[in-house]
Design a protein around this ligand. Structure first.
Ligand SMILES: C[S@@+](CC[C@H](N)C(=O)[O-])C[C@H]1O[C@@H](n2cnc3c(N)ncnc32)[C@H](O)[C@@H]1O
Ligand code: SF4
Length: 382
């Protein structure tokens, strides 16, 4: 089965103030080396089970902390074991890690897309976020990647952090010519320093109204520059720069999660649809032990029945500006979309939804309130 391959590198130089991701483990050399070897073994276990990659995405945490030797090992594992010719191969990189040597190594082993976590170009904001990068390292990393020859660079920015940061964010976007931008509004995750500061009234997040206003300004600006707004938070210079790996998630297609804490998903259609979501162990001891025993390091498997799956499908599909693909619904669930949802009731949601023969998409004005529209769509279930 073809699937997106996601590899999680949960190590970070230090934990950022806002980050609720499974990350932040201390990057000790011996542990990084051992972890890489186990990742490579896990990739082989999936090969034995008949999976092969549609895309490869090394994310984190901070994959750019891996040594060249380790990155080479991961890439060789793919090249030696699968017939790989021309697939999207992404690495997430923190700007302060990008050196000529690393970037050259990534380029030489076939990585063809780099996702840079800038978050901001304002050093005061970066400090507030607890980041290790700066305006200077951001610029330098971008220049190095271009000089080495990368022609598919994505940049992450976080919007609505404080004060009037939107205009500045727009200027920051304009100082680069990236093929792709991801713009995320700041979310306050529990168990983060920022969340605790908020609870102690040391930090006041912007209001929902401001979040919405900021996003609209940024979206309009990027679109005026010619970028395609193809997913709630994602913009591409042209169709060929849409992230194939992430689009696979939004299309409810299978993916494999390699590494500690990773999540995978696939489904079977025999008599009826059955989906499986599996999560890897979140501690080194169990993760390593499981692989030593010749087992996939899966700690939990969730079975997803048709009803939950169709809801997940619509929720993910609406994230794409092109919307839910009704043909894809039929392909996955073997049921006609309108045998499952009531067409007449859906038509009544026309104020919020663009409804065409094969697609149902959110109208532009309702993107920011997507979470209130989705339940309305679910209520049209037969
Ligand atoms: C999980 S991080 C991993 C990449 C890399 N370690 C980094 O920090 O750039 C991926 C992206 O998620 C976004 N992100 C993480 N936490 C966020 C939060 N609380 N609010 C908004 N965006 C967030 C950031 O834009 C970040 O670049
Ligand atoms: S934002 Fe990135 S670098 Fe910071 S703790 Fe999270 S994963 Fe690590």
């Amino acid at each position: 089965m073809q699937a997106g391959f996601y590899i999680h590198i949960p190590f970070c130089r230090k934990k950022c103030n806002y980050c609720g991701f499974f990350s932040g483990f201390k990057p000790e050399k011996d542990l990084l080396d051992k972890y890489t070897d186990y990742i490579c073994k896990e990739i082989l276990y999936y090969k034995e089970k008949g999976f092969f990659p549609l895309t490869i995405y090394i994310g984190g945490g901070t994959p750019s902390l891996l040594s060249n030797k380790n990155i080479e090992k991961i890439s060789e594992t793919f090249l030696k074991n699968f017939n790989i010719t021309d697939l999207e191969f992404t690495i997430e990189a923190n700007p302060e890690d990008v050196t000529y040597e690393k970037a050259k190594c990534w380029f030489d082993i076939g990585i063809n897309r780099v996702s840079l976590g800038f978050e901001s170009m304002n050093d005061t904001i970066l400090k507030f976020l607890g980041r290790s990068n700066s305006q200077i390292t951001n610029k330098k990393s971008y220049e190095i990647l271009r000089e080495i020859g990368f022609n598919n660079i994505s940049i992450d920015f976080i919007s609505s952090i404080m004060g009037n940061d939107t205009e500045e964010l727009i200027n920051s976007i304009d100082s680069f010519e990236a093929e792709h931008y991801s713009i995320y509004s700041l979310t306050l995750d529990e168990n983060t320093k920022l969340y605790n500061d908020y609870k102690k009234n040391l930090f006041t997040p912007k209001s929902d109204f401001d979040y919405s206003k900021d996003l609209n300004i940024i979206r309009k600006h990027l679109m005026k520059k010619g970028y395609i707004h193809y997913e709630v938070s994602n913009f591409a210079k042209s169709k060929k720069y849409f992230s194939i790996h992430n689009t696979n998630y939004w299309n409810y297609s299978p993916y494999i999660g390699i590494g500690m804490g990773s999540v995978g998903f696939y489904y079977q259609i025999e008599n009826k649809f059955k989906g499986y979501r599996f999560t890897n162990f979140k501690n080194f001891r169990d993760y390593f032990e499981s692989i030593n025993k010749g087992l996939l390091p899966i700690f939990e498997t969730e079975e997803i029945e048709l009803e939950k799956a169709t809801l997940e499908f619509t929720m993910l599909g609406l994230r794409k500006m092109s919307g839910i693909d009704l043909k894809n619904f039929k392909k996955i669930f073997k049921i006609d979309f309108y045998d499952y949802f009531e067409k007449e009731k859906i038509n009544k949601l026309e104020k919020y939804l663009k409804i065409s023969e094969n697609k149902i998409a959110l109208r532009k004005n309702y993107i920011n309130v997507m979470n209130t529209i989705i339940p309305l769509l679910w209520e049209t279930k037969r």
